[in-house]
Design a protein around this ligand. Structure first.
Ligand SMILES: Nc1nc2c(ncn2[C@@H]2O[C@H](COP(=O)(O)OP(=O)(O)OP(=O)(O)O)[C@@H](O)[C@H]2O)c(=O)[nH]1
Ligand SMILES: [Mg+2]
Length: 214
């Protein structure tokens, strides 16, 4: 449930990058931090990493102001993908307004992707989130590597699912902004439903998305 503080004219939107270990969640946030306009974003915070691996989370804060004066803050989090950090993952996922599921396109990661998606479904249920209404985008990352699933193979598994699928190479920044834009669009739809956003705050979907991209 999105937090809207009417008195302070402030809305906070939590977006979570979820997925198996080493799929590239932290890299997505790092690239977004490189790409977004400086006046929109705060410093990216990384809370304790061990080598390449996230132990708690990464956080990228972004802020925009609607024509109504409403300050909209986005908090982009990553979860730690390693199986043992499930408690942390659940805590970070809690109260998310949107999820980017970052899968690893390498053929040897099929099992880990599936297990992580099952884990998302199970944790979402435990923290009281409804996956049927949650804005969710699926990103298959590491598409630059040689031994990966073809787009056809991936789509044959995912095209029946209700979520949009993107292909990315986060290391090179490819597909990062496109998938993030899709997530913002899905989040906007929910906000508009919940708070009558366009009428109350003067931001339509396209303006909302371009305000974030700067
Ligand atoms: N070749 C290639 N490597 C990538 C890509 N994205 C990330 N990596 C590499 O994969 C490794 C893991 O990336 P991270 O972004 O730390 O992965 P993570 O999902 O945050 O991992 P955890 O925090 O352990 O859950 C790093 O060495 C990255 O440089 C990509 O698109 N292509
Ligand atoms: Mg990480």
């Amino acid at each position: 449930m999105t937090e809207l503080n009417e008195q302070l004219q402030r809305l906070t939107i939590k977006l979570v990058y979820y997925g198996p270990a080493l799929s590239g969640k932290t890299t997505n946030l790092t690239r977004l931090h490189d790409m977004l306009a400086p006046q929109l974003k705060g410093e990216m915070m990384t809370l304790e990493t061990e080598g390449d691996r996230t132990l708690f989370f990464d956080l990228l804060p972004i802020g925009i102001t609607a024509p109504s004066g409403l300050l909209i803050k986005f908090k982009l989090f990553t979860v730690p993908g390693q199986v043992i950090h499930d408690g942390t993952r659940k805590a970070v996922l809690s109260r998310a307004d949107g999820v980017m599921f970052v899968a690893d396109a390498q053929t040897n990661q099929i099992y880990n992707n599936g297990a992580s998606f099952d884990n998302l479904i199970s944790n979402a249920g435990m923290v009281g989130m409804d996956l049927s209404t949650l804005p969710l985008v699926v990103q298959f990352n590491k598409c630059d590597l040689p031994d990966i699933l073809s787009k056809e193979e991936i789509m044959s598994r995912w095209s029946q699912a209700p979520w949009p699928v993107f292909f990315a190479s986060a290391l090179a920044g490819e597909g990062v902004l496109e998938s993030f834009t899709a997530l913002l669009g899905a989040v906007y739809q929910n906000l508009d439903k919940q708070f009558n956003f366009e009428r109350q705050h003067g931001l339509n979907r396209d303006a909302f998305i371009s305000a974030v991209k700067g």
